[in-house]
Design a protein around this ligand. Structure first.
Ligand code: SF4
Length: 633
């Protein structure tokens, strides 16, 4: 199956920068885009971010970003490079290179910044590097004075020499050629292995062919890039080179090798699509993952699709036993308090919310009502409150701050509160930055963040099931900033809500990527969508599908220490089975639950029930706190 066909429901998502030098590569796509392919234009740094966060499948990617993301496959035969001079990557100054004390850079262009630093190190061996100063692109030309130079790139570089003259103009591709004898590659089409196949490569090669036949037309239209047509014609025909031939590949590998040796980029080589679709040996991947080996996207999807369930479960169990070795299954005594059901978001899968103005069924709990629930929880040995609710426009940030301060001053409990959606809503309501809202909530007593509202972290799915909810990258950003502030959080996945299996994989990998970055997720919980009383049809939420997804998640999320069994949705018996399919935690004592139960699924358990079920499954129950510290032995 081709990558295009495989992603048929989401389409093949391409991104490229809107520069003059990309137009020969994308003009064919723009002239005739296949129906299942989309092309969006954004800055190279944004393209790299989208590829890293799996918001696109292929990007016209700066070579430095290729090194930073690793594990990417480049499309053969197509690139943006230069064999001699390029004219659009310049170091400009009013003093010679060896007299520069400061160089201003646009830090978002890591390929050119790294190239400039490599060249400056070489050319100024005895003087060392100058000081580097980050500046927005619009300020670079104007800031050149005295011993301060600037690296200017792309269309602004082509415009700069007609706008202002400099005493010294160094063409970095020309300096590179002089240093190495090799050409330079600035960007290639690249994506993950499961997104690049012969059909995609042919599509992009055709698009380049279309562009190369129309270089004069593109040059004639270069005024929209601020470049005179004659200059553009010379640039496109004489200075740029669009064929990723053997010489260009050697140039790219030379750059990556030198940048790694200088510790400016992680070690990498250009890895080209070799004409074969990678076949997956599922049994070998399962066995490797059981020993802690990292899975790629194709392997995870193959496990979700059809690995032998018993072998998959045994591998997940082995991995669980390595990560949590002493036969213990933890659980927490906490209470889920849904402080309001008023919500402006109206998710299609939600049976819990009521619209603002619903005076019959809408509610906001009073402090007294919350206090009574908390007292019952503390009396039963509870250590934490999970506080979540709808997005209620009547509740400002100060309402939460006052509530948190009151609760922390009155009761001996931790506050595990407000999912990313609620945090983002407060940012919008108060017109405050995310970091400020989180800092104020932490100052008021917030201890940790629940991972609710992740559903499937793929925007195509989110737009379908909850189109007013935050995007996947916004959800991840709340967690990223929260983790940076020292908060810990859980992570979740609600599957069987209309996603494809590659999209389920994409969700898992986004969590794994963020965990690599922050280490802030303590646990992962997944459950199938409960369609009762909602406007959304459900997918396969069977015990079989749940156990397969759970076991695959245990193997895929090699950096998240704990997985919870979701007995509140699946029932106690499946919850016990989950403990043999990768889960090491039995979740929470269920005093009350209002969201899933609104969809008709109601399983509850007290401490005795949890301990009985855990022991009957062959494990020793131990109470824990949010950070998985043990409270009983
Ligand atoms: S899931 Fe949350 S955000 Fe969506 S409607 Fe229900 S309460 Fe509101």
């Amino acid at each position: 199956m081709s990558a295009v066909a495989k992603r048929a429901s989401a389409g093949l998502r391409l991104v490229a920068a809107p520069f003059l030098n990309t137009r020969p590569l994308i003009s064919g796509l723009q002239a005739s885009l296949p129906p299942d392919v989309s092309l969006e234009l954004c800055s190279p740094a944004e393209g790299a971010r989208r590829l890293a966060e799996r918001e696109c499948d292929l990007a016209l990617l700066p070579v430095a970003a290729l090194a930073r993301q690793g594990d990417l496959v480049a499309v053969p035969d197509v690139c943006i490079g230069s064999r001699h001079k390029v004219g659009s990557v310049l170091l400009v100054a009013d003093v010679p290179l060896h007299e520069l004390t400061t160089v201003a850079l646009d830090q978002s262009s890591r390929t050119s910044v790294t190239l400039a630093r490599l060249l400056l190190r070489e050319r100024r061996a005895t003087r060392g590097e100058p000081r580097y100063e980050a500046r927005p692109p619009s300020e670079l030309v104007g800031c050149v004075e005295g011993t301060r130079g600037a690296v200017i790139i792309g269309d602004p570089a082509l415009q700069a020499l007609s706008a202002r003259s400099f005493q010294y103009t160094y063409d970095l591709a020309e300096l590179w050629r002089a240093l190495t004898g090799k050409p330079f590659v600035f960007a290639v089409w690249a994506g993950r292995a499961d997104a690049v196949d012969a059909e995609v490569c042919a599509l992009l090669a055709r698009s380049l062919g279309h562009g190369l036949e129309r270089l004069d037309e593109i040059a004639a239209d270069a005024g929209r890039h601020g470049v005179a047509p004659e200059r553009a014609r010379h640039y496109l025909r004489e200075e740029l080179w669009f064929r990723l031939d053997d010489n260009m590949i050697a140039g790219a590998d030379e750059y990556l090798g030198r940048a790694a040796a200088a510790r400016l980029l992680p070690p990498a080589r250009l890895r080209l699509f070799d004409g074969t679709t990678p076949s997956v040996d599922v049994a070998a991947a399962v066995s490797r993952a059981a020993d802690g080996g990292r899975l790629n996207a194709a392997e995870i999807t193959a496990m979700l699709e059809g690995a032998d369930l018993i072998e998959l479960g045994a591998a997940a169990n082995r991995r669980r036993a390595t990560l949590n070795p002493d036969g213990v299954v933890s659980y927490i005594v906490e209470r889920n308090i849904n402080y309001t059901n008023i919500c402006v978001t109206a998710c299609r899968f939600c049976a819990f919310f009521r619209n603002p103005g619903d005076t019959d069924e809408g509610y906001v709990l009073s402090r007294e009502e919350m206090g009574q629930k908390i007292r019952e929880t503390v009396d039963a040995g509870g250590v934490q409150i999970l506080l979540q609710g709808g997005l209620n426009p009547e509740l400002p940030l100060t309402w939460y701050e006052d509530l948190f301060r009151h609760l922390k001053a009155t009761y001996p409990i931790k506050l595990h509160a407000l999912s990313p959606e609620e945090i983002l809503y407060l940012c919008r309501l108060e017109s405050l930055p995310l970091e400020t809202v989180l800092q104020r909530l932490v100052a008021a007593g917030l201890d940790s963040l629940p991972g609710g509202g992740a559903e499937i972290l793929v925007d195509r799915v989110r737009a379908r099931i909850a189109k007013l909810k935050c995007t996947s990258s916004q959800w991840l950003e709340v967690m990223r900033v929260g983790h940076r502030l020292g908060l810990r959080s859980s992570s979740t996945m609600m599957f069987a809500c209309g996603e494809t299996l590659p999209e389920r994989t994409e969700h898992l990998l986004k969590l794994r990527d963020l965990q690599d970055e922050t280490g802030g997720f303590t646990a992962f919980i997944c459950w199938p969508f409960q369609p009762g009383n909602t406007r959304l049809p459900g997918g396969d939420g069977s015990a079989h599908a749940y156990l397969r997804t759970l076991a695959t998640a245990r193997l895929a999320l090699d950096n998240i220490p704990h997985l919870q069994a979701s007995w509140p949705t699946m029932g106690a018996a499946v919850g016990q089975a989950a403990l043999h399919f990768g889960a090491d935690d039995f979740g929470q004592v269920m005093f009350e639950e209002n969201v899933v139960s609104a969809a008709g699924t109601i399983y509850k358990m007290d401490v005795a029930g949890i301990e009985r079920h855990v022991r009957a499954a062959g494990f020793k129950p131990v109470q824990r706190d949010m950070r998985y510290g043990r409270l009983t032995s």
